[in-house]
Design a protein around this ligand. Structure first.
Ligand SMILES: O=P(O)(O)OC[C@@H](O)[C@@H](O)c1c[nH]c2ccccc12
Length: 270
């Protein structure tokens, strides 16, 4: 027997978690809750708009990660959401997975209520029930990680998102996943610089995959981005949107750090 990968372990506990939650709220109940949620805030449109004048930033509310442990001790999701918005973020991403990221659904609700930005539910999705749950929480976009789903699952999740009026961010890490993602309809294509099984982060991932991506996609470079130079580097390869968590979450003044990061002289000094 081979040892399971990290993504396989996550999938195993996630499927248990989904089964337990479904026992409390089945499809009908969760759909009723989703129908009563706050109206969807356009996520992909906001990013597309942002790239006309500058960069699009999905700023991530991230308390901890499996590779780094606790990232921020004084973790207040509402305060961080406000700071990101004040600093010029386009959208938010909020981790709701508890076992690996110390996330929580309440953090998404609190962060979204604290600002006007569209919000991505950052979690490992396998089941359309989770998409309805995300909408019930107020989420405007979901994440589909090609490394952890089949083609059929990806399509089913994407359809569920579309049915709820939400966007989907399709995440890839290698050329095979990129080819599979090309068959999906979503405009948003995330290139994860981090390998989710080894936690190795390399910006060369965006450099390589961006050239091979379908031209009609909005490219989002994800993970391991720290400086304005990193952003300018990725933008040269066609990725003008960014998903950034750790480097901003470690700052004392999150709003000022967000502003500094986005103030690329090449962009703002036109
Ligand atoms: O904190 P970073 O290195 O800026 O990365 C943010 C985001 O890209 C990362 O949290 C992430 C990207 N894809 C994921 C999938 C699951 C969990 C987390 C992630």
């Amino acid at each position: 027997m081979t040892t399971p990968t990290i993504l396989e372990k996550i999938k195993a506990y996630k499927l248990d978690e989904i089964a337990a939650r479904k026992a409390e709220r089945d499809q009908t109940a969760i759909e009723a809750a989703a129908r009563e949620a706050d109206a969807v805030r356009p996520f992909a449109d906001a990013l597309q708009q942002a790239t006309i004048e500058g960069y699009g930033l999905i700023a991530e509310v991230k308390k901890a990660s499996p590779s780094k442990g606790l990232i921020r001790a004084d973790f207040d999701p509402a305060a961080i959401a406000e700071a990101y918005a004040a600093g010029g973020a386009t959208c938010l991403s909020v981790l709701t997975d508890a076992p690996s990221f110390q996330g929580h659904e309440d953090y998404l609700v609190a962060a979204r209520a604290a600002c006007d930005l569209p919000v991505l539910r950052k979690d490992f999705m396998y089941d359309p029930w989770q998409v309805a749950e995300a909408r019930a929480l107020g989420a405007d976009c979901i994440l589909i990680i090609m490394a952890s789903v089949s083609d059929a699952q990806a399509q089913e999740l994407e359809e569920a998102a579309t049915d709820w009026g939400m966007d989907a961010l399709i995440e890839v890490h290698d050329r095979t996943e990129l080819e599979r993602a090309a068959d999906l309809k979503s405009r948003l294509l995330g290139i994860n610089n981090r390998d989710l099984n080894t936690f190795v982060t390399d910006l060369a991932t965006t450099r390589d995959l961006s050239r091979r991506a379908p031209v009609d996609r909005i490219l989002v470079s994800e993970s391991g981005l720290t400086t304005p130079e990193d952003l300018a580097d990725m933008a040269q390869y066609g990725a003008r949107c960014f998903l950034i968590g750790e480097s901003l979450m470690r700052q004392d003044d999150v709003a000022a750090a967000t502003r500094r990061l986005l103030a690329d002289p090449l962009v703002s000094g036109r």
